[in-house]
Design a protein around this ligand. Structure first.
Ligand code: ADP
Length: 430
């Protein structure tokens, strides 16, 4: 075998014959083709350079955008050294290479050239006792030439990938901005719709309030004229006529009650109800109610029991509203309790709250209806309910009033056995 170098070469372990080296060099191109990333190509090149030249160490540097050489792959050099000298640009290239290889001896390096431009450096460090020949240099250059094209391709691919990433990021940013804009538009649209709905609701409540108010005037006139007739101011009233007048009066009162309910409800909905809160003596308020419901109690033959409350107990509420709520719950108890039943009114008080209980032995309420009865216009539909007058607004109004005064209205009931409505209110100013 011809030795191109005149200098004697020391045979070292793993040193290859010239043919073997050439054969290896040819097969290298396949290795570059299979490498799938820039890193793999660089790592493969460093390793093959060491292998081909039976070198202990190999370094591959690439020029960055500013033309500075940075270590990109290495073989046989510790990670510590690589990171120390990778980018220490204060030092000269020669001293960086000495630092990386640990010696100046056995150094062999060739430029990496692509399209006539130096793009990096491939260097190996061989054992000190091995002389570098021209053949070795030629071999390293041939390896450097072989990797130039795949290296450029990989760099290009990496650039394309980076550009694609930028485009994708821009696209994501754009679509996120669009989504945000759409969400904002939807929110604004929903706001407009909500304002329209609120305006419509206010208009409806005001219409109901006005209409109910207008209906009360002729109804009160009817009551007045019935009284005039009953008093005989327009001539003697026969027993038949008196009975008819009684019925007219009864229906007039019923109609007035219904209209008052609707009016109250509409006022509450429109937020037109004002509360005069003060310390109200509880016993006084509750004791007065008996007289108001006595006619109904008698008509339905019901027993009524009021357990007197300590006269010093007060409740922080609007006096009229408090009476309205308890009266409404009492009237219900009377309406929904059969003849011979019993209605009890009692109250308990703590430092913070007062609880008023209205208990009846009436038909009771099914468990699944307990929540519904507080909704406006809900009447639990039984033959009994249909036979009794009502709008289904009383409890809704009462609970709204109780809550507006810082309290609540709840119910416990057993179907067929009776119900207890509990009105809780603050004992003092909160
Ligand atoms: P109304 O009495 O005008 O129907 P309410 O809102 O006062 O309206 O009551 C709603 C429904 O709750 C009533 O229709 C009735 O079915 C039920 N209810 C209320 N109080 C009682 C009670 N004490 N016992 C049984 N059912 C009751």
């Amino acid at each position: 075998m011809d030795e191109p170098s005149a200098k004697p070469r020391v045979a070292i372990d793993g040193d290859l014959t010239r043919e073997e080296r050439l054969r290896r060099l040819t097969s290298l191109s396949r290795g570059f083709t299979y490498a799938s990333s820039l890193n793999e190509i660089l790592q493969y090149a460093a390793q093959q350079a060491a292998d081909l030249l039976a070198a202990e160490k190999a370094i591959l540097m690439l020029a960055d955008d500013e033309g500075l050489l940075r270590v990109h792959a290495s073989f046989g050099v510790s990670d510590d050294l690589v990171s120390r000298f990778r980018a220490s640009f204060d030092e000269s290239l020669a001293s960086r290479l000495t630092g990386l290889f640990g010696t100046e001896e056995g150094f062999l390096g060739v430029p990496l050239v692509a399209q006539g431009r130096v793009i990096g450096l491939l260097a190996v460090m061989r054992r000190a006792d091995v002389e570098n020949s021209d053949d070795d240099e030629w071999l390293l250059s041939a390896l450097a030439d072989q990797m130039a094209a795949p290296l450029e391709n990989a760099q290009l691919a990496a650039k394309i990938q980076h550009a694609a990433l930028l485009v994708e990021n821009a696209r994501l940013y754009e679509s996120e901005r669009n989504a945000r804009r759409e969400a904002e538009a939807a929110r604004a649209e929903a706001d407009v719709r909500r304002q329209e709905a609120e305006a419509a609701n206010r208009a409806k409540s005001e219409f109901i309030a006005n209409m109910s108010h207008e209906l009360r005037t002729p109804l009160n006139a009817i009551a007045g004229y019935v009284e005039l007739l009953e008093m005989g101011l327009h001539g003697t009233v026969t027993p038949g006529q008196r009975e008819d007048l009684r019925r007219i009066g009864q229906n007039q009162r019923m109609l007035l009650g219904l209209i008052n309910d609707v009016l109250n409800f509409a006022k509450l909905e429109a937020g037109h109800v004002e509360f005069q809160l003060s310390r109200v003596p509880l016993h006084e308020t509750l004791a007065n109610l008996e007289a108001l419901v006595m006619p109904q109690l008698r008509a339905r033959s019901l027993h009524y029991a009021y357990s007197p409350v300590d006269p010093t107990v007060t409740v922080y509420a609007d006096r009229e509203k408090l009476q309205q709520i308890v009266l409404n719950v009492l009237t219900n108890a009377i309406k929904y309790t059969g003849a011979g039943g019993e209605i009890q009114l009692s109250a308990t008080a703590t430092d913070d709250a007062v609880r008023i209980h209205v208990r009846d032995t009436g038909r009771g309420i099914a468990p699944d209806k307990l929540d519904q009865i507080f909704e406006p216009f809900v009447r639990v539909d039984t033959g009994y309910t249909r036979a009794t007058e009502g709008t289904g607004l009383g409890l809704s109004i009462s609970r709204d009033l109780a809550r507006a005064m810082g309290g609540d209205l709840t119910v416990r009931s057993v179907l067929g056995e009776g119900s207890t409505f509990i009105l809780s209110l603050p004992a003092r100013k909160g």
